[in-house]
Ligand binder design. Sequence first.
Ligand code: DAH
Length: 345
Amino acid sequence: MNREDIEQIKAQIEALKCKTAKEVEEARVQILGKKGQVTRLFEEFRTIDKDMKREFGKTLNELKQTATAKIEELKAALGEENSAGVSGQDLSMPGDPLPLGSRHPVSIVREQIVEIFRKFGYDVAEGPEIEDDYHVFEALNFPANHPARDMQDTFFVSAGHINPLLLRTHTSSVQVRTMERSSLPIRVVCPGRVFRNEAISARAHCIFHQIEGLYIDENVTFADLKQALLLFAREMFGPDTQIRMRPSYFPFTEPSTEVDVSCNICHGQGCNVCKGTGWLEILGAGMVDPNVLEASGIDSKKYSGFAFGMGLERIAMLKWQVNDLRHYFENDLRFLSEFSAAPEV
Ligand code: DAH
């Protein structure tokens, strides 16, 4: 081992230039690798006598530091040359795509319906999902033990009270809250989530959404209801849509009706969506029962009104021919991404 050799190796290292990452790696192996020049000098160092060790120890350590620093410097310089920026990244590369979420079909339908009724002059009203028996049943003319209560399988939150808490089974409860707090006339739609104790299947779910409508003023007649629903159906399903009213029963309306729209798939010819009938059932409606008006302190001799209620999942099913209710709640991206952000009418 002699000083001149070491100085020479050091000078070579300092003068080193590399154009590619491969060249840097080769230089590193040649100098600092297992059989590299510097490594070999350290091996030799182990065999020399004490005096020489004292002489060369420091020099060798400095040589190793110089070599390591040089290799790092060469690597860093290459990184800068290959990239547009100092971070070693090519800033001209296209970015990773960030997929945009889309509106849930139930939200799209809800917004469309609310927007249509907003144009007709309706406000939006909301109410609590955990409700009491009074607002869901009693004030809507379902007396205690009335069989119509069995139409709606209720989840009770607290049982055994006179007015137990429960998960609302329909948004008709918001009618009552609106009548209690608003001055007349009233024109509202009430979108919201509702709950029923149903076994989950393609056709039923324990959670779903409804929109309730309520119009109360002097001299409101069944003809007004019919006209409002016809205009709504044409805005929602297309200008050629027809409606059909079938007599029905709800405790809170008298008379009551179920309303169908002409099938917008086959235009009344009959197809598998309308099961060959040419009609699709979309909502329940009727004239607000005088008992319901009186229960919320509205003079039924002076005022009359109509109400209607529809299921959002059902409307979305008809609109996009979704054949299984469970899709709405599973949040499978393959399903959710089918619906564009901009609602098409
Ligand atoms: N609340 C009814 C239901 O959940 C729907 C309904 C029917 C609402 C008739 C109304 C109505 O306002 O008039 O099945």
